[in-house]
Design a protein around this ligand. Structure first.
Ligand code: PLP
Length: 296
């Protein structure tokens, strides 16, 4: 089946989907995006993704290209036309098309693109063999809470990790603390079985999966500590894991070549993965609203 993309008001064949050469997303990375997981026909945490998109736009003084109801209709129509029941919805909003000039253009409509593709998610708790992490210096800008399409440091980090045979990179700040992964949030489990993840501020993206996992942990009496942790602490921790829309909850079994725990995803990680996958499969998969509630 041929894929269909939504581009500024039209549904077009994916192969013919084009944006203008002076789209500011293309020229300046002047745009934001969202990636949502689709499970059994439902957009997981649709409200959270919509809210984060609006927040990112607001921080960059952009507005939604359309009202919520038609926007959500375009999301559904893009999924329908691509026959996605399990997969990914990608949404990108740029400041629009204008003659190249750094300052904001006046009276320009923001540009909206959506694509969707099917993915056969591994939705069994036992599907996770765990992944390796490579640590890299965090060279990013200071507004990582904005889900900007400006992802150069992230793709360089991911490639460095892949070159080292690792699945994901963990960014480490100047004080030795892990901020987050190149496209995931970072977690460890301490000796008391408590889960530790960095608090929300401008240093990390407020992951939608992070927010859902925190709620699930609270509901299931798993203790949470939101604070930074160092690489040394992660190396000594019994478990570590990562979360994201497309990786769900995935165990970490090695960091820079050193094993974590006994080299397999540990019990707390496995429990959280099972809880999260149940949540994705279930009817109420829309709990992660207000992912940035704690960020000023
Ligand atoms: N951190 C960064 C830098 C990301 O790019 C992402 C997702 O792309 C995440 C964290 C995880 O966010 P989410 O759970 O909303 O996918």
């Amino acid at each position: 089946m041929s894929r269909i993309a939504y581009v500024n008001g039209r549904y077009v064949a994916h192969a013919d989907a084009r944006i203008h050469v002076e789209d500011r997303g293309y020229q300046f990375a002047d745009g934001v995006y969202e990636v949502a997981a689709i499970c059994r026909g439902r957009i997981i945490d649709e409200d959270g993704h919509l809210e984060r998109l609006k927040r990112s736009l607001g921080e960059l003084r952009m507005v939604m290209p359309m009202a919520d109801a038609p926007f959500q209709m375009v999301c559904r129509e893009t999924l329908r036309r691509n026959r996605v029941r399990d997969g990914i919805l990608y949404i990108q909003v740029s400041r629009g098309v204008a003659r190249r000039d750094h300052a904001f253009p006046k009276n320009v409509k923001s540009a909206l693109v959506m694509t969707a593709r099917a993915v056969a998610w591994p939705l069994g708790a036992d599907d996770d063999e765990g992944v390796q992490i490579a640590t890299v210096e965090d060279i990013r800008w200071l507004r990582r809470d904005i889900k900007s399409v400006s992802l150069l440091p992230n793709i360089l980090a991911k490639q460095e990790a892949r070159d080292k045979g690792a699945y994901e990179a963990w960014f480490v700040d100047g004080d030795g603390f892990v901020t987050e992964g190149s496209s995931t949030n970072a977690w460890i489990v301490d000796d008391l079985g408590r889960i530790v993840t960095r608090q929300l501020d401008r240093n990390i993206l407020g992951g939608i999966t992070r927010a859902a996992v925190l709620k699930l942990a609270r509901q299931n009496s798993i203790e949470i500590i939101e604070r930074p942790f160092t690489v040394a602490e992660a190396l000594a921790a019994p478990e570590a894991f990562l979360t994201s829309t497309t990786s769900f909850v995935t165990g970490i079994i090695g960091i820079d070549g050193a094993a974590i725990g006994d080299g397999a995803p540990g019990p707390v990680t496995r429990r959280l993965r099972a809880l999260y996958l149940d949540y994705c499969r279930g009817p109420g998969s829309n709990m992660a609203a207000r992912p940035h509630a704690a960020v000023a």
